[in-house]
Write a protein that binds this ligand. Structure first.
Ligand code: ATP
Ligand code: MG
Length: 596
């Protein structure tokens, strides 16, 4: 392609709308344009990158026996009502765009396709003989994200590869899950990315596990905890660990002590000249269930630890049936002003303990009390006195206060904790961009939507399912976030929009133009995807643009032509070599300029 004939516009300045490097660079280099909040146009260079990622993805998916299809983006509300997700997706989380047609029928714009695929499976899969089956598609998804940001990283319209598999038994599901793990590793490796596969939170869906694929980059929204021996890696939302040991408490006598103006655990530990591992703190949460019931939750844990709100949310969902509900739609630490409506008198916030009286709550309601495992093994601890300005010391579970029945893992694992599989390993931290998530769903959707098949024994049983997402457009930007320098993007060769850019420093020099045109034709004929910068611009501008757009190799038909050679500049290293005209094609082939 000739740059003079392309819609090729680069920006000198960083666009104000962009915060992270990859977003700035893609805008500046003319790959994308923002059309609305979280909505972008993929310009021709970007489309070539996305097409390459999709091609690699298709090849690896097809190699596992999965079959490509294309499902509708307009999805009837009935299907989402059957699965029970319509209200949460359109109202509670509000992630699904919905609309009403001229017949007053409701539709959603597909954020994901479990409902559609399950209805197809319900209609077409009759017998175990048709299983296993795996269908996937590469398509635009719509999600009304609360905070669309960072360009393609979190868009409201984005491209995803989503696959769904159906099985007659758990072993078959596990086999496909393992195939997907391998396929995703192949895709990311072939795209030239450095990544880590991590254990992930499966949320309320449960199932027997899920794994995320993280592109390692500082700007990543996710925190990963891993061990140096590479045997453990997990999203912090899911991570487990061994905490540091609590010290032996010197407070052997039960006492109530005035502790005025103490606001933090650090201040409390200092006040008692002790360690925060023997403090039991209690945090108040407000959870709203989908039945409309609001529940106040007392979460108790060791003073040196933090609540993992994803784990807490999962535990609260398990309690949903007690509140005539299926799920939790909001979970937060309540504002003091919001509490008045639900309480009979002001709560002694800051001085709460697990035994705070239910009398604080209106209408005979009671607190839902949870305690973290590690807190239960602490004795002679310090905790609130449920009275403003006072704490108790020397407190023991069951002797001085009742231990909550719900003893759960609710604690955030942190860098420096010991690993469970080997306590000599300590958890390290890294940041990542989630580009893929693979999931063993089990029968959640097939049960809800009655997608059954006839088993070998002649029984009618729900299909077992897996689902596998890969964020194609997010992956493209993540590649930039992992590979750039002060001058611009550095594409891995496999997904670069072009392999080579030929720069003609002076287009008024016929010798330069002739050499460039010849090389342009030869390279393209040899399968080396080549751009020709034949614009009437200063050489400096062209060099800058070539760096900015990140093409792996730059050929310059400049002074070296007098020696019958061109300069070949490698974008990644800046290394310059002179190559005789006749050897350019073979040299570039040798440099691996042709991907795959
Ligand atoms: P996140 O936690 O980042 O919101 P998710 O758990 O909602 O992701 P999935 O529903 O598993 O994501 O979607 C599969 C993949 O699609 C993700 O791994 C990610 O790569 C991509 N993806 C999800 N949401 C977006 C978005 N708003 N913009 C771009 N890509 C996205
Ligand atoms: Mg999301």
């Amino acid at each position: 392609m000739r740059l003079s004939q392309m819609l090729f516009v680069t920006l000198r300045e960083d666009p104000a709308e962009a915060e992270i490097p990859s977003h700035k660079l893609l805008l500046r280099a003319g790959y994308i344009r923002r059309i609305g909040s979280g909505v972008y146009a993929y310009l021709p260079l970007m489309w070539r990158v996305l097409t390459k990622i999709s091609k690699i993805t298709r090849e690896e998916m097809n190699a596992t026996g999965a079959m490509e299809c294309l499902l509708p983006q307009l999805q009837p509300s009935e299907l989402w009502k059957e699965s029970g997700r319509w209200d949460t997706y359109t109202k509670a989380e509000g992630i699904m765009f919905s609309l009403v047609d001229r017949q007053e029928k409701e539709w959603g714009l597909g954020p994901t396709h479990e409902e559609i695929i399950t209805t197809i499976a319900r209609e077409l899969i009759r017998s175990y003989r048709q299983l296993p089956l795996h269908l996937y598609q590469i398509q635009t998804k719509f999600r009304d994200e609360i905070r669309p940001r960072f360009g393609l990283m979190r868009g409201r319209e984005f491209i995803m590869k989503d696959g769904y598999s159906f099985h007659s038994n758990p072993e078959s599901l596990k086999e496909t899950y393992r195939d997907m793990d391998k396929a995703y590793r192949n895709i990311l490796t072939r795209c030239g990315l450095s990544f880590r596969a991590v254990e992930a939170d499966s949320g309320a869906i449960g199932g027997s596990g899920s794994q995320e694929f993280m592109i390692l980059a500082e700007a990543g929204e996710d925190e990963i905890l891993y061990t140096p021996d590479e045997l453990y890696a997990a999203n912090v939302e899911k991570a487990v660990s061994l905490p540091i040991d609590a010290v032996i408490s010197p407070f052997t006598e039960l006492k109530t002590i005035e502790t005025p103006n103490i606001e933090t655990i650090e201040q409390l530990a200092k006040f008692f000249q002790t360690d925060s591992t023997i403090i039991i703190k209690t945090v108040l949460y407000e959870a709203v269930y989908d039945s409309g019931v609001t529940v106040f939750v007392l979460v108790s844990l060791r003073g040196d630890q933090l609540v993992n709100e994803v784990k807490l949310q999962n535990e609260l969902v398990k309690q949903a049936s007690h509140y005539q509900a299926k799920t939790v739609i909001s979970l937060k630490v309540p504002e003091v002003s919001a509490l008045e409506k639900y309480t009979t008198k002001p709560l002694p916030l800051g001085y709460l303990a697990p035994d705070l009286s239910d009398e604080y709550l209106v209408k005979n309601q009671s607190f839902l009390r949870l305690v973290d495992h590690c807190a239960v093994s602490v004795s002679n601890f310090i905790t609130g006195a449920n009275r403003k300005g006072y704490h108790r010391t020397g407190v023991n579970w069951e002797i001085d206060l009742k231990c909550p029945d719900l003893v759960v893992d609710i604690r955030k694992a942190v860098v420096g904790d010991r690993a469970i599989h080997d306590p000599t390993q300590t958890l390290q931290t890294a940041r990542g961009i989630e580009v893929g998530h693979i999931f063993q769903l089990g029968t959640k959707y097939s049960q809800a939507m009655k997608a059954n098949y006839t088993s070998e024994q002649g029984e009618d049983v729900p299909l077992s399912m897996g689902c596998y997402g890969l964020g194609v457009s997010r992956l493209a930007q993540a590649a930039v976030e992992q590979s750039y320098d002060k001058n611009g993007i550095i594409w891995p060769i496999a997904i670069a929009p072009y392999h080579v850019v030929i720069v003609i420093p002076n287009i008024t020099d016929p010798a330069q133009v002739k050499a460039a045109e010849t090389l342009y034709t030869e390279l393209n004929q040899a399968g080396i995807e080549t751009l020709l910068d034949d614009r009437d611009e200063r050489a400096g501008v062209k060099f800058k643009d070539a760096e900015l757009i990140g093409i792996p190799y730059r050929l310059v038909t400049g002074k070296s032509l007098q020696e019958g050679a061109v300069e070949v500049v490698e974008r990644k290293t800046g290394l310059v070599s002179k190559v005789p005209l006749a050897e350019v094609v073979s040299t570039l082939k040798g440099l691996n300029a042709v991907a795959n």
